[in-house]
Design a protein around this ligand. Structure first.
Ligand code: ADP
Length: 155
């Protein structure tokens, strides 16, 4: 029996290249049709402070300044998705970091060619997801709801 407490949440963000290339609908569709539930969504420009906090683990990497400039350069779509195993499953749907080696059928494998323009961010673990959700969203911006399809997705 699938319990509501088994539900987990992940943080996803369609990066500026995904928005500029008109891929917002296509990207959201992949998570929606898979059977995950959208619980938070906002279209926003990212502040430098938020971008630096989000990518803090990469602060010492040579690509960090360019990555921050890219993320703040144009709007992003920040989202929280919920569902059984959503953190790992979303990473699979997204594909490998480098779009050139990402498998066809993944978002990065289907739409990207360069590691610095890989369209979408997804939390890499449940703990990271919790940190990132708290960083990007206020509690009241998240909507707890049960889609009518729930009994048809899980036994
Ligand atoms: P992922 O987004 O797949 O979790 P990482 O956490 O390793 O990947 O890296 C975070 C982001 O930093 C990547 O999505 C990409 O936008 C950028 N990045 C990583 N490696 C490079 C690189 N070598 N050159 C430019 N940008 C990079």
């Amino acid at each position: 029996m699938f319990l509501e407490t088994d539900l987990e949440r992940t943080f996803l963000a369609i990066k500026p290249d995904g928005v500029q290339r008109g891929l917002v609908g296509e990207i959201i569709r992949r998570f929606e049709t898979k059977g995950f539930t959208l619980v938070g969504l906002k279209f926003m420009k990212v502040s430098k402070e938020l971008a630096e906090k989000h990518y803090d683990v990469h602060r010492e990497r040579p690509f960090f300044p360019g990555l921050v400039e890219f993320i703040i350069s144009s709007p992003v779509v920040a989202m929280v998705w919920e569902g059984e195993g959503v953190v790992a499953a979303a990473r699979k749907i997204i594909g490998a970091t480098n779009p050139l080696t990402a498998e066809p059928g993944t978002i990065r494998g289907d739409f990207g060619v360069n590691v610095g323009r890989n369209l979408i961010h997804g939390s890499d673990a449940q703990e990271t997801a919790q940190t990132e959700i708290a960083l990007w969203f206020k509690e009241e911006e998240l909507v707890a709801w049960q889609p009518h399809s729930a009994p048809w997705l899980s036994e």
